[in-house]
Design a protein. Structure first.
Length: 277
């Protein structure tokens, strides 16, 4: 089964952003193939609103974020940058406006307590790369590539890339990629740790969906607790962190999912998760 089989479409308010739900997997697709799925004044607000809805969607257990055509997302519209960033605003207004837009995209995506997968059919650059990095995992088609791109337009980076990239590839490699803006092909990206997996182009969507479906039908409380643990563990020393880890383990142990997993293990069968706790 792929993401298009028996999927239910969800209205995003625009054809520039598509969304469909299938077997617990929400697939969101950037749909501006003529512009390499670059962000726009229509697509980005729709994405912001869609991300805000997900925590209240009980039937969503995992997210796949992808792009139509042969690109993931080319980032911002460089043509719209002529004359300076948001020149119609004061400096403080421009800072606050960008801050809020970043919070409602990158931080909202990173903060989702379900597994998230970016499926890259082609390039991800600038803010598009930032959005991919805000996902838990990234799967790339063999012809995909990424580039930070900011140095080429004289900008320092946005949408959290300076926070996200070092956590994925390490600080030294992050500096290399930011300072040079080099194009990183799929094989190199996998070696750098940017991609969890590289697959043939025609297998990308199937591979991403099947992984997401497995996760969506897994023990959701445990997965959410894992995300909390992994996030918090990046920011605290071990001794400080162990109390929170213990709290989440005991919390997970008291769910129906854990009880079902134990029963399934004893009975030598696959567990049937899905009970809400």
């Amino acid at each position: 089964m792929t993401a298009i089989d028996s999927a239910t479409s969800i209205d995003t308010g625009t054809e520039q952003l598509l969304a469909e739900l299938n077997d617990g997997v929400l697939t969101i697709t950037f749909n501006r193939p003529e512009a390499r799925n670059a962000l726009s004044d229509v697509l980005t607000p729709a994405l912001r609103k869609m991300l805000a809805r997900i925590p209240d969607m009980d039937d969503v257990g995992a997210l796949v974020l992808t792009g139509s055509g042969t690109a993931f997302c080319a980032g911002g519209d460089v043509k719209g940058m002529k004359g300076g960033y948001q020149k119609e605003r004061t400096f403080d207004e421009a800072v606050e406006n960008l801050h809020q837009r970043q919070i409602t995209v990158s931080a909202a995506l990173y903060g989702l307590r379900i597994p998230t997968i970016a499926a890259l059919p082609g390039p991800a650059a600038g803010a598009g790369l930032s959005i991919a990095l805000a996902c838990d995992m990234r799967i790339a088609a063999e012809t995909a590539f990424v580039a930070t791109g900011y140095v080429r337009v004289g900008l320092s980076g946005d949408y959290g890339i300076n926070w996200l990239l070092p956590r994925v590839v390490g600080p030294s490699r992050a500096r290399q990629l930011m300072f040079t803006g080099e194009k990183v092909d799929a094989a190199t990206g996998e070696r750098y740790g940017l991609f969890n997996q590289v697959v043939p182009d025609d297998k990308l969507q199937e591979t991403a969906f099947n992984l997401a479906r497995t996760l969506a039908n897994g023990p959701r409380t445990a997965l959410a607790n894992m995300k909390d643990n992994l996030d918090q563990g990046m920011e605290q020393d071990l001794e400080s962190f162990l109390g929170a880890e213990a709290h989440r383990l005991v919390s997970s142990a008291r769910t129906e999912d854990h009880k079902e997993a134990v029963r399934a293990f004893v009975e030598k069968r696959a567990p049937n998760f899905g009970q809400k706790t």
